[in-house]
Design a protein around this ligand. Structure first.
Ligand SMILES: Nc1ncnc2c1ncn2[C@@H]1O[C@H](COP(=O)(O)OP(=O)(O)O)[C@@H](O)[C@H]1O
Ligand SMILES: [Mg+2]
Length: 261
């Protein structure tokens, strides 16, 4: 049995494509024959909504089996796993109470490692090939937990001036985190929601090229309304419309990412 790889999707800029990339790469990995656990770390519940309808997601959020409760109780998170309708794709759902997770962490011993400890038994079991964690659009103690629990961080970036502006803060934060998580690897930057009719894409590539020692994925995810429809139906894009542009791009990205792991 191989080692479970833990990958998180983080960027303090909201709307950069973290949840969309996390869910679709997660499903893409199952299409490559892998077993995947998705972990929803954001109070917006978007990763949970990518697989389950609103009623179910709200029921998880109000139950005692969501990530917020697990972290608060410092439980082994194995008992918080929910099977999805998709083969080999499981989820630890989130809660809107995640908004007060920083407060919960504050009083805890070794508070940067609560998520890492919660995932330890799942890793030990070797059941999953990959655990993918969706981070909220913040930089603080909770995102630090997510990064400390991860082998690798992927940074989705929108091809806009403000999308690029926020990256500086993200990399500074990663430098800080590396002091307590020295093995954390920066897996790379994925450019998302690209509108090829706009000339700013070239500028984005120029700016990203200047980042030292950071891979920029060759696969670029373009704007596609199929993404919104697939999310409206709580189905990954490759299952919703396999022939769509974004389904092909997310499959390419999954392969590119898996090849580097
Ligand atoms: N390739 C795409 N084409 C069209 N819409 C997209 C695409 N990727 C993401 N979106 C939309 O953009 C919004 C932000 O994406 P999301 O993944 O939620 O970002 P984040 O998790 O970083 O906040 C969502 O409404 C999503 O539906
Ligand atoms: Mg999100």
């Amino acid at each position: 049995m191989g080692k479970t790889k833990v990958i998180c999707f983080a960027n303090n800029k909201g709307g950069s494509g973290k949840s969309t990339t996390c869910s679709n790469v997660g499903y893409g990995l199952t299409l490559l024959g892998k077993k995947v656990l998705l972990v929803d770390g954001d109070m917006q519940l978007n990763l949970s909504l990518s697989l389950f309808d609103e009623d179910k997601v709200l029921a998880f959020a109000q139950s005692e089996r969501n990530l917020y409760e697990g972290i608060k109780r410092q439980d082994d998170l194995t008992d918080y796993i929910i099977h999805s309708a998709f083969e080999n794709l499981d989820l630890i759902p989130s809660s809107t109470l995640m908004s007060s997770i920083e407060y919960e962490l504050f009083t805890k011993w070794q508070r940067e490692y609560i998520l890492k400890k919660g995932l330890a038994k799942i890793l030990e079991s070797g059941v999953y090939d990959y655990i993918l964690i969706d981070a909220p659009p913040t930089l603080g103690g909770w995102v630090m937990n997510i990064l400390c629990a991860s082998d690798e961080v992927i940074i989705p970036v929108e091809s806009t001036p403000w999308g690029l502006f926020g990256l500086g803060n993200m990399f500074e934060f990663l430098e800080e985190v590396k002091q307590i998580a020295p093995d954390l690897k920066i897996g790379g930057v994925v450019i998302t929601k690209v509108d090829t009719r706009k000339s700013y894409f070239k500028q984005t590539l120029e700016v990203l090229k200047e980042l030292e020692n950071v891979k920029v994925f060759d696969t670029v995810i373009r704007v596609d309304s199929g993404i919104e429809w697939s999310q409206d139906n709580h189905i990954p894009i490759m299952a919703y419309k396999k022939s769509s542009r974004s389904a092909k791009e997310y499959m390419e990205l999954t392969k590119e990412l898996a090849a580097g792991l």
